[in-house]
Design a protein around this ligand. Structure first.
Ligand SMILES: Cc1cc2nc3c(=O)[nH]c(=O)nc-3n(C[C@H](O)[C@H](O)[C@H](O)COP(=O)(O)O)c2cc1C
Length: 164
């Protein structure tokens, strides 16, 4: 099964997890680029504002991959105001060729539950996710996520088979 790890990251956390997953799976890695947001207070404020009003920014992929070329996408997003980051929402809405198999991981500061973001991904794709996992900052800071990420990665193939 050909797999692409595709992620957006504003301040580096999701990027680091995405790189680890791509390395563990030995797969391609691509980033969702979005010039609208920059790290820093103003960028975070704009990100939060856009997230709440559902504004979808312009995005590009680097490298310029085609989702059609993959059987599965492992998608990574930060949580913004309890939802997927708006560049990821834009990717789900605007990119063609999403495969049947999509697994989602989100990174979060720790507040709230991930249900809104997961529901958002499933309704944009119009089908259930293969698998999902949520990593909080304390999971990542403690250098031990309690096995959440390892289990997510190890279970991906079985989850894809179960989804048919
Ligand atoms: C605009 C904005 C809104 C956020 N909202 C939430 C939130 O609702 N819940 C949460 O747990 N973390 C929230 N966070 C924290 C991020 O989800 C967390 O720091 C994430 O790991 C950042 O990923 P990144 O470094 O890849 O950008 C928010 C961060 C930003 C910038």
């Amino acid at each position: 099964m050909t797999t692409l790890v595709l992620y957006y990251s504003l301040s580096g956390t999701t990027q680091s997890v995405a790189r680890n997953i791509a390395q563990a799976l030995d797969t391609d890695l691509a980033t969702i680029r979005c010039a609208r947001y920059r790290p820093g207070v103003l960028g975070y404020a704009l990100a939060g504002f856009d997230s709440l009003r559902g504004h979808l920014p312009e995005i590009t992929l680097e490298p310029e991959v085609s989702l059609e070329d993959y059987d599965r996408v492992v998608l990574g997003s930060p949580i913004w105001t309890s939802y997927l980051a708006t560049p990821v929402r834009a990717a789900l809405s605007n990119l063609a060729g999403w495969p049947r198999h999509v697994a989602l991981f989100v990174t979060a500061g720790g507040q709230g539950e991930p249900d809104k973001a997961l529901n958002q991904a499933e309704s944009a794709l119009s089908h259930p996710l293969d698998a999902q996992c949520r990593l909080t900052q304390s999971d990542l800071d403690s250098a031990s996520d309690g096995g959440v990420l390892d289990r997510f990665v190890a279970g991906l193939d079985q989850a894809a088979t179960a989804q048919g």
